[in-house]
Design a binder for this molecule. Structure first.
Ligand SMILES: Cc1cc2nc3c(=O)[nH]c(=O)nc-3n(C[C@H](O)[C@H](O)[C@H](O)COP(=O)(O)OP(=O)(O)OC[C@H]3O[C@@H](n4cnc5c(N)ncnc54)[C@H](O)[C@@H]3O)c2cc1C
Length: 439
């Protein structure tokens, strides 16, 4: 039995969950159970995998296990952009074909999630608001937005270019030199969506929440050790994103990062008027390392997502959260001078799995073990579709979308630590300096 030492923990800080009515989690595992399939992780990826298995193998039993209550992990802590087009700034036909493949995958995910929201009446503020990709400087507009526009034109994608004045008219803020609006992204409350998906799981799926897997035996069957019982299953799917290296898989590819976000209180009517623009929108920055991702939510709060750091130990102390809140509050004032009196109500962090070349880990990783991990900060769509496709692959199906996913499933190797830490520090400092005009 391989012990798992780095386990997810809930600090209770997630602002999205705080906005929702209380929910009774499914009971933790108590005793030993056997099943046809075990899925480790109940975020967007694991829940999508379990549902797809139930569709493909209606007679099989499926167990899903998560260390936390559903919605307390990254799937419930993110900025709530179900992205339809993650720009890759391609060059050449092969790269453009990869962008097309990714687009097909993301659209399939949005279609699936939209269908779930409608069929099960999931109240998650699902809104097809689209998004603005914005640059703060003329240099950023030239180096990031113009190539993106060329890519969108080559793909025949609907989009609008906005200069500084036009953009300010739509979002109220006067900070940006230019932006590109694309209409396909859905904005939502991620904790509400992921909870809703868990509560609507098919009957064949048994979900155990608050059940950390503290040891793994990858024999046949695979055995998942938890504090009060074991799960034995001949087939196992890992849907553990940033925590995957802690299980012994993709240790040289998946890099655990932490990202932080804050939510303000709702804006008053006067504050809304002072801000101006549309009532609900989302922007992603030309450079996500130095600038903020921001949303105006339907209940008139501002979401502010900024600061991304490598955290291989998967830990961040409460003191650190205080200093992030202070930083976010100061940065918020700088971004929104017209909202000087608006305080942040919630600040939290969450772990996400990045890779050096932005590919995911996807496929069979050992005889009876499959993984769909490392979803690059776009896991609402990428994780959802990866989960569905890994279930298809494990159940023996072969579909065109699996071929599409394989195009973005060759994660690059990294050097071992501590070389890796030094490399990431140097690269982060270089990125911050090179893109300081976007900060
Ligand atoms: C602040 C922030 C903003 C983001 N913004 C966006 C956004 O706007 N749009 C977007 O698409 N993505 C965004 N992301 C990224 C997104 O949240 C992830 O890509 C997504 O959550 C990945 O889903 P997943 O199901 O693969 O992994 P996770 O959501 O991380 O789920 C993995 C689950 O595995 C469980 N687990 C791990 N190890 C164990 C163990 N040993 N025992 C039991 N359970 C275990 C964890 O508890 C967790 O619930 C953001 C992330 C953060 C942190």
């Amino acid at each position: 039995m391989r012990p798992i030492l780095r386990l997810p923990q809930d600090d209770g800080a997630n602002g999205w969950a705080a906005l929702l009515p209380p929910r009774v989690p499914r009971p933790a595992l108590a005793g030993d159970v056997t099943a046809g399939w075990a899925v480790l992780g109940a975020g967007f990826t694991g829940l999508a995998a379990a549902r797809r298995l139930a569709e493909l193998r209606p007679d099989d039993s499926i167990v899903v296990v998560d260390a936390l209550e559903v919605g307390a992990g990254a799937s419930g802590r993110n900025s709530g952009f179900a992205i339809d087009h993650a720009h890759a700034l391609s060059s050449g036909d092969a790269a453009l074909e990869t962008v097309r493949a990714q687009k097909r995958l993301f659209l399939a995910a949005i279609e699936h999630l939209g269908e779930m929201v409608e069929r099960h009446g999931i109240r998650c503020d699902w809104r097809r608001d689209g998004k603005y990709h914005v640059a703060a400087s003329a240099r950023g507009a030239e180096s990031v937005l113009r190539p993106l526009r060329a890519e969108l034109e080559a793909l025949g994608e609907e989009h609008r270019w906005l200069d500084a004045d036009a953009l300010a008219g739509e979002i109220g803020m006067r900070r940006y030199a230019a932006g590109i609006y694309t209409p396909g992204t859905v904005l939502l409350n991620p904790a509400a969506l992921v909870r809703g998906l868990a509560d609507a799981l098919p009957e064949a799926v048994r979900l155990y929440e608050n059940t950390p897997v503290t040891g793994l035996d990858l024999g046949s069957p695979a055995v998942l050790q938890t504090p009060a019982g074991r799960v034995s299953a001949p087939r196992l799917i890992l849907a553990t994103d940033a925590f995957t290296p802690a299980l012994g898989f993709y240790p040289r590819q998946v890099l655990p990062f932490v990202a932080y976000a804050s939510l303000t209180r709702p804006l008053s009517a006067d504050e809304q008027a002072a801000l101006g623009g549309r009532k609900s929108w989302g922007i992603t920055p030309a450079n996500g390392f130095v600038a903020a991702t921001i949303r105006r939510t339907p209940d008139q709060r501002i979401l502010f997502r900024e600061t991304l750091a490598f955290r291989p130990r998967l830990r961040h102390g409460a003191g650190l959260l205080d200093s992030i809140r202070a930083r976010h509050q100061a940065r918020f004032r700088d971004y929104f001078p017209m909202l000087a009196g608006v305080a942040l109500e919630h600040t939290w962090g969450g772990y996400l799995g990045l890779t050096r070349n932005q590919d995911s880990g996807f496929g069979c990783v050992k005889d009876n073990v499959w993984a769909a991990v490392g979803h690059q900060g776009v896991g609402i769509t990428r994780g959802t579709i990866a989960g569905r496709l890994i279930a298809e692959l494990a159940a023996g199906a072969d579909t065109p979308l699996i071929a599409d996913f394989r195009r973005i499933a060759r994660p690059a190797n990294n050097p071992p630590r501590p070389l890796l830490d030094i490399g990431i520090r140097v690269r982060s400092a270089w990125e911050a300096w090179k893109n300081r005009h976007e900060a």
